[in-house]
Design a protein around this ligand. Structure first.
Ligand code: TGC
Ligand code: FAD
Length: 397
């Protein structure tokens, strides 16, 4: 039967372009398992965690994520899952549909701390840390940003100097997710030989971490300052294959990739909440979804949500084929975070006064996305990366 003879099914409002029809059975199974876990174990509590401004049981959460199999799930060997990039992305999408802070927990563990050790660590470092981190028995953090070096990490002041065979680290890292609950910190420091990465057990004398309070965004996440005062480490604490700024930046690609998917989940959650609200909330004698202005908002939202999912899936397929350049990831982070911010902002408005409360997820997502737009390369940094990619001219300095 030709297309013109066959009557196509009407689009599903919850997957308008049937993007998920492109998934394999295995990918769908992983999506469903993470969605089921997130809905059962995380969603009922996340508003309270956000209101409290912390994660009350980070070790229990790490263990639960380990049991679910999402910590370093895309890494090969050492107790890790070895999944495809798309499967990992789907997990990030389902976690961030609940809260960006929860996806961050998984991103920092798997895509930053574990990925750094996996890419650049010695066999001893990999065997010591990766199986425990995959199981959620050890928590890791990733220290790149400093008080005076954010978008420009190459200007870092944290220094590692040789003292005999040992290394001695001094400096301060800022805004470090899970810093004060971590067992191990991957710390990037300048050496006489360029930037190198160090595996630092957090009980090493001279290492301390201070929780950053009064955040108005990503409140269901622990963010810390790391202070390194004459932290003495053995010669084998350096990750042997780490060399230059490109090493930490290559880890960022992994976490940024998770964000490309994650924010598609946050956007979807805001759109679905708005659709539900618009169909049930009545004013002027009819559901607000019946007003043309609301329908325009829903149309804009469903377009953004579906564009974001398609972008994530395309970049994921490129990654699984081995054809994903870091500027593809910049494209995805730039496009999808902005789309999710538009959706969340509109969703907040559709919910009226209810939209400013934690009874509904929309303002929580909206303010979380302020962090997501800043970390892992700000909107401006990714715009400049795309600009450099298409013109061949760097506008960074
Ligand atoms: P530049 O000279 O351009 O690059 C230095 C070397 O690195 C290479 N490179 C990359 N390699 C892999 N992946 C990338 N994305 C790369 N970008 C650049 C580059 O080819 C070069 O290699 P080589 O061999 O020629 O030396 O460096 P630059 O100093 O001009 O900086 C470039 C810039 C601005 C793009 C980079 O510094 C940057 O991305 N800045 C943003 C910093 C950032 O994103 N920080 C995130 C910290 S971690 C975090 O936020 C965790 S949040 C928690 C969570 O994820 O949930
Ligand atoms: P700045 O770099 O000072 O930027 C300020 C403004 O200037 C931005 O708008 C920026 O886009 C703009 N700007 C900078 N350079 C240019 C330019 N060349 N052209 C145009 N505009 C420019 N870091 C870690 O290392 N590990 C973590 O686990 C981690 N977790 C985080 C968790 C949270 C909740 C937050 C908020 C941040 C986290 N970060 C982490 C830090 C994050 O990566 C940085 O905040 C981010 O890289 C931006 O740096 P900055 O805040 O110093 O801003």
């Amino acid at each position: 039967m030709s297309d013109s003879q066959r009557r196509a099914a009407a689009p599903d409002p919850l997957d308008f372009l049937a993007v998920d029809a492109e998934l394999s059975d295995t990918e769908r199974d992983i999506r469903d398992a993470v969605r089921e876990f997130s809905t059962r174990e995380l969603l009922p509590h996340v508003a309270d965690w956000f209101e409290a401004g912390t994660l009350p049981d980070p070790r229990g959460l790490a263990k639960a994520f380990g049991d679910l199999g999402v910590l370093g799930m895309h890494l090969e060997g050492y107790g890790c899952g070895g999944s495809s990039a798309v499967a990992y992305g789907l997990a990030c999408r389902e976690l961030e549909a609940v809260d960006s802070g929860l996806r961050s927990f998984v991103s920092v563990q798997g895509s930053l701390a574990m990925a750094a050790i996996h890419k650049f660590g010695s066999e001893e470092q990999k065997n010591e840390w990766l199986p425990r981190m995959a199981a959620g028995d050890a928590i890791g953090c990733f220290g790149l940003t400093e008080p005076d070096s954010g978008s420009d990490p190459g200007s870092m002041r944290t220094r590692a100097r040789r003292d005999g065979a040992d290394w001695v680290l001094n400096g301060t890292k800022m805004w470090i997710t899970n810093g004060s609950v971590a067992d191990v910190a991957v710390v990037w420091a300048a050496t006489d030989d360029g930037i190198r990465g160090f595996v630092v057990p957090t009980d090493t004398p001279g290492f301390s971490a201070n929780v950053i309070h009064k955040k108005l965004s990503l409140r269901a996440s622990i963010t810390s300052e790391l202070v390194l005062e004459d932290v003495r480490l053995p010669a084998d604490a350096v990750m042997p294959a780490s060399k230059g700024l490109g090493s930490p930046l290559s880890c960022l690609n992994e976490a940024r990739y998770g964000i490309v998917w994650g924010v598609a989940g946050a956007a979807r959650a805001c759109y679905e909440a708005s659709l539900d609200y618009a169909k049930t909330r009545e004013q002027f004698g009819k559901p607000i979804g019946g007003f043309q202005l609301t329908q325009r908002k829903l149309a804009d939202m469903v377009v953004d949500v579906n564009h974001a999912s398609m972008t994530a899936l395309r970049i994921g397929r490129l990654k699984d084929e081995g054809n994903c350049h870091h500027n593809h990831v910049s494209f995805g982070k730039f496009a999808n975070v902005a789309a999710a911010q538009r959706v969340a902002r509109t969703a907040r408005g559709i919910h009226g006064a209810n939209g400013i409360t934690l009874e509904y997820p929309v303002m929580r997502h909206m303010v979380n996305l302020e962090t997501v737009a800043t970390y892992e390369g700000t909107e401006e940094i990714h715009a400049l990366s795309i600009g450099q990619s298409v013109t061949g001219v760097s506008a960074f300095r």
